[in-house]
Design a protein around this ligand. Structure first.
Ligand code: COA
Ligand code: MG
Length: 295
Protein backbone atom coordinates (compact mmCIF):
# COMPACT_ATOMS: atom_id res chain seq x y z
CA UNK A 1 0.00 0.00 0.00
CA UNK A 2 2.64 2.44 1.07
CA UNK A 3 4.95 2.46 -1.94
CA UNK A 4 2.43 2.51 -4.78
CA UNK A 5 0.07 4.96 -3.11
CA UNK A 6 -1.63 7.21 -5.66
CA UNK A 7 -3.14 10.49 -4.40
CA UNK A 8 -6.72 10.95 -5.59
CA UNK A 9 -7.55 14.02 -3.56
CA UNK A 10 -9.08 16.01 -6.41
CA UNK A 11 -10.86 14.21 -9.24
CA UNK A 12 -12.24 16.68 -11.77
CA UNK A 13 -15.03 15.84 -14.18
CA UNK A 14 -15.29 17.55 -17.51
CA UNK A 15 -17.74 17.08 -20.35
CA UNK A 16 -16.04 15.24 -23.21
CA UNK A 17 -17.85 17.58 -25.57
CA UNK A 18 -16.06 20.61 -24.06
CA UNK A 19 -12.79 20.88 -25.96
CA UNK A 20 -11.76 23.98 -24.02
CA UNK A 21 -12.10 22.17 -20.69
CA UNK A 22 -10.12 19.18 -22.01
CA UNK A 23 -7.30 21.56 -22.98
CA UNK A 24 -7.51 23.63 -19.81
CA UNK A 25 -7.21 20.51 -17.63
CA UNK A 26 -3.57 20.09 -18.73
CA UNK A 27 -2.66 23.01 -16.50
CA UNK A 28 -4.92 22.30 -13.51
CA UNK A 29 -3.66 20.89 -10.20
CA UNK A 30 -6.19 18.02 -10.08
CA UNK A 31 -4.79 14.58 -9.19
CA UNK A 32 -7.16 12.88 -11.63
CA UNK A 33 -9.42 13.88 -14.50
CA UNK A 34 -12.65 12.19 -15.52
CA UNK A 35 -13.31 12.84 -19.20
CA UNK A 36 -17.04 12.32 -19.33
CA UNK A 37 -19.06 10.78 -22.12
CA UNK A 38 -22.12 10.15 -19.94
CA UNK A 39 -24.31 12.52 -17.91
CA UNK A 40 -22.53 15.74 -18.89
CA UNK A 41 -22.93 15.05 -22.61
CA UNK A 42 -26.24 15.40 -24.44
CA UNK A 43 -27.34 12.60 -26.79
CA UNK A 44 -26.63 14.64 -29.93
CA UNK A 45 -23.05 15.28 -28.74
CA UNK A 46 -22.13 11.70 -27.86
CA UNK A 47 -20.16 11.00 -31.04
CA UNK A 48 -18.23 14.24 -31.02
CA UNK A 49 -17.44 13.82 -27.30
CA UNK A 50 -16.13 10.28 -27.87
CA UNK A 51 -13.87 11.48 -30.68
CA UNK A 52 -12.57 14.45 -28.66
CA UNK A 53 -11.89 12.36 -25.57
CA UNK A 54 -10.02 9.78 -27.62
CA UNK A 55 -7.94 12.53 -29.23
CA UNK A 56 -7.22 14.10 -25.82
CA UNK A 57 -6.10 10.82 -24.22
CA UNK A 58 -3.94 9.77 -27.14
CA UNK A 59 -2.56 13.28 -27.56
CA UNK A 60 -1.32 13.32 -23.95
CA UNK A 61 0.11 16.38 -22.24
CA UNK A 62 -1.63 15.65 -18.93
CA UNK A 63 1.57 14.92 -17.00
CA UNK A 64 1.09 12.84 -13.86
CA UNK A 65 -2.67 13.40 -13.74
CA UNK A 66 -4.59 10.16 -13.77
CA UNK A 67 -6.81 10.01 -16.86
CA UNK A 68 -10.17 8.33 -16.52
CA UNK A 69 -12.80 8.00 -19.25
CA UNK A 70 -16.38 7.73 -18.05
CA UNK A 71 -18.34 5.73 -20.61
CA UNK A 72 -22.09 5.49 -21.03
CA UNK A 73 -24.01 2.64 -19.45
CA UNK A 74 -23.12 -0.54 -21.35
CA UNK A 75 -26.85 -1.09 -21.98
CA UNK A 76 -27.25 2.32 -23.60
CA UNK A 77 -26.92 2.93 -27.36
CA UNK A 78 -23.37 4.34 -26.85
CA UNK A 79 -21.81 2.28 -24.06
CA UNK A 80 -20.12 -0.46 -26.03
CA UNK A 81 -18.70 1.90 -28.63
CA UNK A 82 -17.42 4.13 -25.82
CA UNK A 83 -15.71 1.18 -24.17
CA UNK A 84 -14.05 0.06 -27.40
CA UNK A 85 -12.86 3.61 -28.16
CA UNK A 86 -11.50 4.08 -24.64
CA UNK A 87 -9.57 0.78 -24.71
CA UNK A 88 -8.02 1.88 -28.00
CA UNK A 89 -6.34 4.91 -26.38
CA UNK A 90 -5.40 3.26 -23.04
CA UNK A 91 -6.40 5.71 -20.32
CA UNK A 92 -5.43 4.90 -16.71
CA UNK A 93 -8.98 3.80 -16.02
CA UNK A 94 -12.43 3.39 -17.50
CA UNK A 95 -15.28 4.49 -15.25
CA UNK A 96 -18.48 2.49 -15.66
CA UNK A 97 -21.75 4.14 -14.57
CA UNK A 98 -24.99 2.64 -13.24
CA UNK A 99 -23.38 -0.52 -11.90
CA UNK A 100 -25.82 -2.36 -9.63
CA UNK A 101 -24.45 -5.88 -9.24
CA UNK A 102 -21.19 -7.81 -9.29
CA UNK A 103 -22.21 -9.30 -12.61
CA UNK A 104 -22.29 -5.79 -14.13
CA UNK A 105 -18.56 -5.58 -13.33
CA UNK A 106 -17.90 -9.04 -14.69
CA UNK A 107 -19.56 -8.09 -17.96
CA UNK A 108 -17.39 -4.97 -18.28
CA UNK A 109 -14.27 -6.96 -17.43
CA UNK A 110 -15.10 -9.65 -19.95
CA UNK A 111 -15.59 -7.03 -22.66
CA UNK A 112 -12.23 -5.50 -21.78
CA UNK A 113 -10.49 -8.86 -21.86
CA UNK A 114 -12.09 -9.69 -25.21
CA UNK A 115 -10.87 -6.39 -26.60
CA UNK A 116 -7.32 -7.19 -25.39
CA UNK A 117 -7.30 -4.25 -23.00
CA UNK A 118 -3.90 -4.16 -21.26
CA UNK A 119 -3.95 -4.80 -17.51
CA UNK A 120 -2.78 -1.22 -16.97
CA UNK A 121 -6.31 -0.02 -17.75
CA UNK A 122 -8.17 -0.18 -14.44
CA UNK A 123 -11.89 -0.27 -13.87
CA UNK A 124 -13.57 2.39 -11.77
CA UNK A 125 -17.20 2.10 -10.81
CA UNK A 126 -19.94 4.64 -10.15
CA UNK A 127 -21.77 3.78 -6.94
CA UNK A 128 -25.05 5.50 -7.70
CA UNK A 129 -27.99 3.13 -7.74
CA UNK A 130 -30.05 1.92 -4.78
CA UNK A 131 -29.23 -1.68 -5.73
CA UNK A 132 -25.52 -0.91 -5.72
CA UNK A 133 -25.86 0.21 -2.12
CA UNK A 134 -27.49 -3.10 -1.22
CA UNK A 135 -24.81 -5.01 -3.18
CA UNK A 136 -21.80 -2.90 -2.20
CA UNK A 137 -19.88 -5.78 -0.66
CA UNK A 138 -20.32 -8.11 -3.65
CA UNK A 139 -19.37 -5.33 -6.04
CA UNK A 140 -16.22 -4.43 -4.08
CA UNK A 141 -15.30 -8.12 -3.79
CA UNK A 142 -14.76 -8.13 -7.56
CA UNK A 143 -11.49 -6.33 -6.80
CA UNK A 144 -10.19 -9.52 -5.19
CA UNK A 145 -10.92 -11.71 -8.20
CA UNK A 146 -7.89 -13.09 -10.00
CA UNK A 147 -6.89 -10.51 -12.59
CA UNK A 148 -9.54 -8.14 -11.31
CA UNK A 149 -9.19 -4.59 -12.59
CA UNK A 150 -11.55 -2.91 -10.15
CA UNK A 151 -9.61 -0.25 -8.24
CA UNK A 152 -11.89 2.61 -7.28
CA UNK A 153 -15.46 3.52 -6.31
CA UNK A 154 -16.85 6.93 -7.24
CA UNK A 155 -19.94 8.04 -5.33
CA UNK A 156 -22.70 9.22 -7.67
CA UNK A 157 -24.64 11.20 -5.12
CA UNK A 158 -26.78 13.12 -7.63
CA UNK A 159 -28.09 9.86 -9.08
CA UNK A 160 -28.60 8.38 -5.61
CA UNK A 161 -30.66 11.43 -4.67
CA UNK A 162 -32.67 11.12 -7.89
CA UNK A 163 -33.34 7.40 -7.49
CA UNK A 164 -34.15 7.38 -3.80
CA UNK A 165 -35.68 10.75 -3.06
CA UNK A 166 -33.06 11.31 -0.36
CA UNK A 167 -31.73 14.84 -0.13
CA UNK A 168 -28.19 16.15 -0.62
CA UNK A 169 -29.00 19.06 1.68
CA UNK A 170 -28.47 19.71 5.35
CA UNK A 171 -25.43 17.80 6.53
CA UNK A 172 -26.11 15.14 3.86
CA UNK A 173 -27.80 13.03 6.52
CA UNK A 174 -29.82 11.40 3.72
CA UNK A 175 -26.57 10.08 2.20
CA UNK A 176 -24.48 9.22 5.23
CA UNK A 177 -25.44 5.57 5.53
CA UNK A 178 -24.58 4.93 1.87
CA UNK A 179 -21.36 6.90 1.96
CA UNK A 180 -20.17 4.93 4.99
CA UNK A 181 -21.36 1.62 3.59
CA UNK A 182 -19.41 2.27 0.40
CA UNK A 183 -16.30 3.22 2.40
CA UNK A 184 -16.54 -0.05 4.36
CA UNK A 185 -17.03 -2.13 1.21
CA UNK A 186 -14.16 -0.42 -0.59
CA UNK A 187 -11.73 -0.67 2.32
CA UNK A 188 -12.63 -4.30 2.97
CA UNK A 189 -11.23 -5.09 -0.48
CA UNK A 190 -8.41 -2.55 -0.60
CA UNK A 191 -9.84 -0.13 -3.14
CA UNK A 192 -10.22 3.65 -3.04
CA UNK A 193 -13.50 5.52 -2.74
CA UNK A 194 -14.03 9.07 -3.97
CA UNK A 195 -16.83 11.25 -2.62
CA UNK A 196 -19.62 12.71 -4.78
CA UNK A 197 -19.72 16.21 -6.27
CA UNK A 198 -20.86 19.45 -4.67
CA UNK A 199 -23.15 21.10 -7.19
CA UNK A 200 -23.15 24.69 -5.90
CA UNK A 201 -19.61 25.31 -7.13
CA UNK A 202 -19.48 29.02 -6.25
CA UNK A 203 -20.14 28.26 -2.56
CA UNK A 204 -16.62 27.70 -1.22
CA UNK A 205 -17.57 27.45 2.45
CA UNK A 206 -20.26 24.88 1.74
CA UNK A 207 -17.85 22.95 -0.47
CA UNK A 208 -15.12 22.91 2.17
CA UNK A 209 -17.59 21.74 4.82
CA UNK A 210 -18.78 18.84 2.67
CA UNK A 211 -15.24 17.92 1.58
CA UNK A 212 -14.09 17.77 5.21
CA UNK A 213 -17.12 15.68 6.04
CA UNK A 214 -16.13 13.21 3.32
CA UNK A 215 -12.57 13.07 4.64
CA UNK A 216 -13.89 12.28 8.13
CA UNK A 217 -16.03 9.49 6.67
CA UNK A 218 -12.93 7.85 5.18
CA UNK A 219 -13.15 9.05 1.59
CA UNK A 220 -9.86 9.17 -0.33
CA UNK A 221 -10.77 12.29 -2.28
CA UNK A 222 -13.61 14.28 -3.81
CA UNK A 223 -15.01 14.42 -7.30
CA UNK A 224 -15.21 17.98 -8.58
CA UNK A 225 -17.09 19.81 -11.29
CA UNK A 226 -15.19 23.10 -11.46
CA UNK A 227 -11.50 24.12 -11.36
CA UNK A 228 -12.31 26.48 -8.47
CA UNK A 229 -12.82 23.42 -6.23
CA UNK A 230 -9.38 21.85 -6.76
CA UNK A 231 -7.28 23.72 -4.19
CA UNK A 232 -9.70 23.11 -1.34
CA UNK A 233 -9.93 19.37 -2.10
CA UNK A 234 -6.13 19.08 -2.31
CA UNK A 235 -5.81 20.91 0.97
CA UNK A 236 -8.44 18.89 2.83
CA UNK A 237 -7.07 15.52 1.66
CA UNK A 238 -3.38 16.32 2.28
CA UNK A 239 -2.06 15.38 5.71
CA UNK A 240 -1.38 18.54 7.74
CA UNK A 241 2.22 19.38 8.63
CA UNK A 242 1.66 18.65 12.36
CA UNK A 243 0.10 15.32 11.44
CA UNK A 244 3.14 14.37 9.34
CA UNK A 245 5.54 15.40 12.11
CA UNK A 246 3.57 13.40 14.70
CA UNK A 247 3.59 10.40 12.36
CA UNK A 248 7.37 10.62 11.99
CA UNK A 249 7.75 10.76 15.79
CA UNK A 250 5.64 7.60 16.22
CA UNK A 251 7.64 5.74 13.58
CA UNK A 252 10.93 6.84 15.16
CA UNK A 253 9.74 5.83 18.63
CA UNK A 254 8.89 2.29 17.53
CA UNK A 255 12.23 2.06 15.68
CA UNK A 256 14.10 3.01 18.84
CA UNK A 257 15.91 -0.18 20.05
CA UNK A 258 14.65 0.58 23.55
CA UNK A 259 11.12 -0.16 22.33
CA UNK A 260 11.95 -3.28 20.31
CA UNK A 261 9.21 -5.88 20.56
CA UNK A 262 6.78 -3.58 22.35
CA UNK A 263 3.16 -3.31 21.24
CA UNK A 264 2.32 -0.19 23.16
CA UNK A 265 4.49 2.75 24.18
CA UNK A 266 4.14 6.34 25.37
CA UNK A 267 5.05 9.21 23.05
CA UNK A 268 4.83 12.68 24.53
CA UNK A 269 2.39 11.50 27.15
CA UNK A 270 0.05 9.74 24.73
CA UNK A 271 -0.57 6.03 24.36
CA UNK A 272 0.60 4.77 21.00
CA UNK A 273 0.03 1.22 19.74
CA UNK A 274 1.52 -0.64 16.80
CA UNK A 275 -1.66 0.08 14.83
CA UNK A 276 -0.83 3.77 15.19
CA UNK A 277 2.61 3.08 13.75
CA UNK A 278 0.93 1.52 10.72
CA UNK A 279 -1.34 4.55 10.38
CA UNK A 280 1.70 6.80 10.75
CA UNK A 281 3.47 4.97 7.92
CA UNK A 282 0.43 5.47 5.73
CA UNK A 283 0.35 9.19 6.55
CA UNK A 284 4.02 9.55 5.62
CA UNK A 285 3.50 7.53 2.43
CA UNK A 286 0.64 9.81 1.43
CA UNK A 287 2.68 12.92 2.21
CA UNK A 288 5.65 11.58 0.23
CA UNK A 289 3.43 10.71 -2.74
CA UNK A 290 1.97 14.22 -2.72
CA UNK A 291 5.45 15.75 -2.58
CA UNK A 292 6.50 13.53 -5.48
CA UNK A 293 3.50 14.70 -7.51
CA UNK A 294 4.42 18.33 -6.91
CA UNK A 295 8.06 17.99 -7.95
N1 COA B 1 -12.95 21.15 -16.26
C1 COA B 1 -12.04 21.94 -16.87
N2 COA B 1 -12.22 23.26 -17.09
C2 COA B 1 -13.38 23.79 -16.64
C3 COA B 1 -14.35 23.01 -16.00
C4 COA B 1 -14.10 21.64 -15.80
N3 COA B 1 -15.00 20.86 -15.20
N4 COA B 1 -15.39 23.81 -15.65
C5 COA B 1 -15.09 25.05 -16.08
N5 COA B 1 -13.87 25.04 -16.69
C6 COA B 1 -13.15 26.17 -17.24
C7 COA B 1 -14.01 26.93 -18.24
O1 COA B 1 -13.82 26.37 -19.52
C8 COA B 1 -13.46 28.30 -18.12
O2 COA B 1 -12.24 28.36 -18.85
P1 COA B 1 -11.78 29.70 -19.58
O3 COA B 1 -11.74 30.76 -18.50
O4 COA B 1 -10.43 29.35 -20.11
O5 COA B 1 -12.82 29.95 -20.60
C9 COA B 1 -13.08 28.43 -16.66
O6 COA B 1 -12.90 27.09 -16.20
C10 COA B 1 -14.12 29.12 -15.81
O7 COA B 1 -15.37 28.50 -15.99
P2 COA B 1 -16.72 29.19 -15.53
O8 COA B 1 -17.09 30.26 -16.50
O9 COA B 1 -16.59 29.57 -14.11
O10 COA B 1 -17.75 28.00 -15.61
P3 COA B 1 -18.71 27.66 -16.83
O11 COA B 1 -19.94 28.47 -16.68
O12 COA B 1 -17.94 27.73 -18.09
O13 COA B 1 -19.05 26.13 -16.56
C11 COA B 1 -20.10 24.22 -15.66
C12 COA B 1 -19.82 25.72 -15.46
C13 COA B 1 -20.76 23.66 -14.41
C14 COA B 1 -21.01 24.02 -16.86
C15 COA B 1 -18.74 23.50 -15.88
O14 COA B 1 -17.95 23.81 -14.79
C16 COA B 1 -18.83 22.03 -16.13
O15 COA B 1 -19.17 21.59 -17.21
N6 COA B 1 -18.45 21.20 -15.13
C17 COA B 1 -18.35 19.78 -15.26
C18 COA B 1 -19.71 19.13 -15.30
C19 COA B 1 -19.60 17.64 -15.42
O16 COA B 1 -18.68 17.11 -16.01
N7 COA B 1 -20.54 16.91 -14.82
C20 COA B 1 -20.55 15.47 -14.85
C21 COA B 1 -20.35 14.86 -13.53
S1 COA B 1 -21.35 15.44 -12.24
MG1 MG C 1 -24.47 9.42 -12.57
Amino acid sequence: MASNFRPRRSVLYMPGSNERALEKAKGLAADALILDLEDAVSPDQKDIARAQVSAAVSGGGYGTRELVVRINDLDSPWGQEDLAAAIEVSPDAILVPKVSTASDIQIAEEMMTKADAPSSIKLWVMMETPLAMLNAKEIAAEAARLGGRLSCFVMGTNDLAKETGASLGGNREGMLAWLSLSVAAAKAYGIDVIDGVYNDFRDEAGFRFETEQGARLGMDGKTLIHPGQIDIANDVFSPAQEQIEWARKIIAAFENPENAGKGVITVEGRMVELLHAEMAKRTVAIADAITALQS
